[in-house]
Design a protein around this ligand. Sequence first.
Ligand code: PLP
Length: 414
Amino acid sequence: MSYISEIDPEIANALSLEAQRQDFKLNLIASENYTSRAVMEAQGSIMTNKYAEGYSGKRYYGGCEFVDMAENLAISRAKEIFGAEHVNVQPHSGSGANMAVYFSVLNLGDKIMSMDLSHGGHLSHGSHVSFSGQLYNIVPYGVSQETEMLDYNELMEIAKKEMPQMIVVGASAYSRIIDFKAFREIADEVGAYLLADVAHIAGLIAAGVHPNPFPYADFVTTTTHKTLRGPRGGMVMCKEEYAKAINKSVFPGIQGGPLMHIIAAKAVAFKEALSDSFKKDQEQTVKNAKALCAALQDREFDIVSDGTDNHLMLINLNKYDLTGKDAEVIMSKAGIVINKNTIPFETRGPFITSGLRAGTPACTTRGMKESAMEEIADFFKTIIDNRENDAVLETVNADVQELCSRFPIYEHLG
Ligand code: PLP
């Protein structure tokens, strides 16, 4: 940080405060993680200086021989991790990756069947405030009211009735295993393309602790910064027959020059994702989520769908007469960083909500195991029981800091 301190002390100060926040707050945001120092080194590297419009071997600029090496490595490693026939590592974000898929094979106004935002889907799957909902005709599906899980028979009925051109599977707040084979059968029944957006569960898939969407999906999109623990960015994978259409759609369709420093960092993250220690961490992420979920249920918290199979869980706050928005603020006073979230069949708006989403990727990356999950569940209970008592919340904050100091982020991660 010495260069930044000298040139821009204000940004140096913001960075230093952010480092302290990350060190001493307990991060339960299911979509966040800590990248390795190697990933950050690539991300902050000289490859940021290079323009490389086009693809490896076919660029619109000279001097691309070394960025080509980075992009080729990122692609071959992603293929190995996910068993993909074709990979495009250039999308700047998960939303952009989804846009690239829609633009590659759909016409404007086509029907996309996707999970409703309030049931766990993502904005870019068809929300009316996103390009996806504005450009396409969206047929939403949700979870069953009874089980709060996907009901594949019901999905088949909706698909047969609506005959969508594309079915999108994947979510930001769904805590159960997704049956990609069942989605393939539904897509085949109605002749739809199948897109699996695995942004949340990509790391689990890489480690074999969640089923892989290939060979069932035609397209797989992901972010690279959630469970996958890479730099902030996106990626599209697909069957070979769509390779050309996807490449054209990403560049020049929706993007200009790729971020080569980010692509280099993606390559580093993918190398890490092929390691045994990454696999162990992903296994532990799921063990921790199950342990935290059970410990919260022991303390009488209501969990959507009564459990979790992956890295996250949704807490239904209705019985406390507390909104997700207020709960997020109270948790933050006690040093816990978490986000409000809609729950299935939500009665409140997305800025208020009736739930909290809790995830274990970040705390697992700093080395926490099941016993720490018991401590965290105790914090939750004390916080909820004393939500109007700032002195108690302050005590929990001190305990949270003490827990975090036992698990320095870069001691476990290296
Ligand atoms: N898809 C899913 C399932 C997500 O959860 C997210 C992000 O939260 C995205 C796509 C979008 O990623 P980005 O924020 O990089 O656009």
